[in-house]
Design a protein around this ligand. Sequence first.
Ligand SMILES: [Zn+2]
Length: 90
Amino acid sequence: MASMQSFWPVSHRDDDFWVCMSCLTEVFYRKVPMPDCPSCHGVSTYEGFTLEAIRDWGTEELIAKAIAAEEAAASVQQAAETAASVEAAD
Ligand SMILES: [Zn+2]
């Protein structure tokens, strides 16, 4: 998909992983796609889960996606922190 996907940031809950309950093939970390699911175009189909819960019932693919999403979010945050500390050092 070439078009830019937009997201709502969601970070006020303990359930950090947001899974589309309609297609069960999309999962995002601390954000949900807007205006709809990029796979099935369902609206308001996302529900929050912990990674443990996803490991319990998710497919291998969904679990792998969840882990990759968390790692991507962590590296973005790390890059932001590195940039901030470089600025502070100047
Ligand atoms: Zn979906």
